[in-house]
Ligand binder design. Structure first.
Ligand code: NIG
Ligand code: FE
Length: 405
C-alpha cells in the first residue's frame, strides 16, 4: 500500500462535491493548516498534522506556506496533430483572419495533411512532450480529440495514440472522436459524413465522446444531430463545437441530443445562454481562443447568471490556441469574462471532471482521487492574480508526487 502525507498545508481549497451552478460556484471549501493523508491514489483523511503524522510511515511532503487545490482538468483539447502553423500566425499578425486563411487552403486542412504523414509513434512522442508541458501547468486530466486525420486510417491512428498516451503518461487522457472536424479537400460533405458514420463502431471502442464542428461552412445542426444520434447508439456521449463564429442553431441541436457539453460559445446570445442554463449540458468556454484569434469572449456572465454549468478549458490546437497553460485561461476568465476566482476554479476542476463524466475527480475530500496541486504560494488566489507565472510547485497525480523542478 503506497501512501503520501501532505503536511501542514496553509490552505486547502476545493469546490464542494456536486455539479456546480450559480452561487454554488462561489461556495468554496477553504481549510487552513491541515494535512492530507493519501493512500493508494485516493484521499483518505484531512486533519490536524499531529493526528495524521503520529501513525503515518510513508512518504511526506511539506506544504507549510503553500496552498493545495485540486488538479486541473482540461476538458477540451486537440492534443495530437502533426506540423506547425507558426507561419499562419504570422499571416494573422499581418491582418489575415482565421477564416480567410482556412479558405485559402490553410487552417485545419493544412494540419490534416501533416497529421496524415505522422506515424503513431511520432504522435505519441509529441503527445508525451505536450502532456509534460500540460502537467507542469497543473493539468492532471486532459481530454483529447481526433479530427486531424479525416480518413479512416489516420483517425484510428490518432485514437490508438491517445490510448497509448493514457497508459504511458501520468496525466489521464480521455479520448473524443471528432471525425467530423472538417471535410477533406477531395470529398463532398455527404460522402465524408457517410465515411465518418462508418468509423463510429470502431471509434466507440476507444472514445468516450463524439464531437462535431457545428458551424457555417462545416456541419449543420441537422447533420450534427444525425451523426451524434448514431454515436449515441454505439455508446458514445455527444458534445459539439457550437457558436464559435456564428449562432446557427447548434444549441438547439445539443438540447435535442442531451449533449454533455457545448464548447466555444463565443457567438452565443442571451437567448442561447438561457437555453443552456435550463439544461444539463455543460457550457465549455475557451478564453484562449478569443485572445489568440481576437474574437469576442464567450458570455460567461450571462451563461452563469442563467444557471449553466460552466467549464473553462484551453482548446489547445495549432490554429486557434497554441497554449497549454490552463491557469492563464482561468486568469483570462476572471479578467475578460468577469468570472469570479471561485467560478473559475470550479470550472477547471470539478465541473470539468463532470463534463468528462469522471467519478470522484476534482474535489479535495476523503474518498476522492488524489489529484492535487501544491502551489508555491499560501493564497490560492495568487494563481489567478499573479498571472502568466507558473505557481505549481508539485503535482500529485493519483497519489504520486511529481516535483516541477
Ligand atoms: O476548436 N473549431 C474548430 N477546431 C479548432 C481549431 C482547429 C484548427 O484551426 O486547427 C478549435 O478552435
Ligand atoms: Fe476545439
Amino acid at each position: 500500500m503506497s501512501s503520501l502525507l501532505i503536511r501542514n498545508a496553509t490552505q486547502i481549497v476545493s469546490p464542494r462535491p456536486g455539479v456546480l451552478r450559480g452561487p454554488g460556484l462561489n461556495d468554496l471549501s477553504i481549510r487552513n493548516d491541515l494535512s492530507i493523508l493519501i493512500r493508494d491514489g485516493h484521499i483518505e483523511t484531512i486533519g490536524p498534522d499531529q493526528e495524521l503524522a503520529a501513525t503515518h510511515k510513508g512518504a511526506e511532503l511539506d506544504a507549510a506556506g503553500k496552498a493545495v487545490i485540486p488538479g486541473l482538468v482540461d476538458a477540451h483539447t486537440h492534443l495530437l496533430f502533426g506540423g506547425n502553423r507558426a507561419d499562419e500566425f504570422a499571416l494573422r499578425t499581418a491582418g489575415a483572419s482565421y477564416e480567410e486563411i482556412a479558405a485559402q487552403g490553410g487552417g485545419i486542412a493544412r494540419t490534416v495533411a501533416a497529421t496524415r504523414k505522422s506515424t503513431k509513434s511520432e504522435l505519441v512522442r509529441q503527445g508525451v512532450e505536450r502532456l509534460d508541458r500540460a502537467m507542469a501547468h497543473g493539468i492532471t486530466t486532459l481530454e483529447a480529440k481526433t479530427g486531424y486525420g479525416l480518413n479512416v486510417e489516420s483517425e484510428m491512428t490518432m485514437l490508438d495514440a491517445m490510448t497509448e498516451l493514457d497508459k504511458v503518461h501520468a496525466v489521464d487522457v480521455v479520448p473524443t472522436f471528432l471525425g467530423a472536424h472538417g471535410v477533406p479537400k477531395d470529398m463532398e460533405t455527404d460522402a465524408y459524413l457517410n465515411l465518418v458514420r462508418s468509423m463510429i463502431p470502431e471509434a466507440a471502442k476507444h472514445a468516450r465522446f463524439c464531437d462535431i464542428f457545428c458551424e457555417q461552412g462545416y456541419f449543420t445542426p441537422e447533420q450534427s444531430v444525425s451523426l451524434l444520434e448514431l454515436a449515441c447508439d454505439h455508446g458514445m456521449l455527444p458534445r459539439l463545437h457550437a457558436d464559435q463564429f456564428n449562432e446557427i442553431g447548434c444549441l438547439e441541436a445539443a438540447i435535442e441530443l442531451g449533449a454533455v457539453s457545448v464548447d466555444h460559445l463565443e457567438a452565443t446570445s442571451e437567448r442561447g445562454a438561457k437555453l443552456i442554463g435550463q439544461s444539463d449540458t455543460a457550457a465549455v468556454m475557451l478564453p484562449g481562443v478569443s485572445l489568440f484569434l481576437d474574437i469576442s469572449f464567450a458570455p460567461a456572465r450571462s451563461l452563469i447568471d442563467n444557471n449553466c454549468i460552466p467549464v473553462i478549458a484551453t482548446d489547445f490546437n495549432p490554429g486557434s490556441n497554441m497554449c497549454l497553460n490552463l491557469p492563464l485561461m482561468l486568469s483570462l476568465a476572471c479578467m475578460k469574462m468577469r468570472m469570479s476566482v471561485g467560478e473559475a476554479l470550479c470550472s477547471a476542476t470539478q465541473n470539468a471532471a463532470h463534463a468528462l463524466r469522471l467519478d470522484k475527480v476534482g474535489c479535495i475530500e476523503p474518498g476522492w482521487q488524489a489529484d492535487l496541486l501544491v502551489l508555491d504560494t499560501e493564497d490560492y488566489r495568487d494563481m489567478f492574480y499573479f498571472y502568466g507565472e507558473n505557481h505549481v510547485h508539485t503535482v500529485i497525480k493519483r497519489g504520486v508526487a511529481h516535483a516541477r523542478h
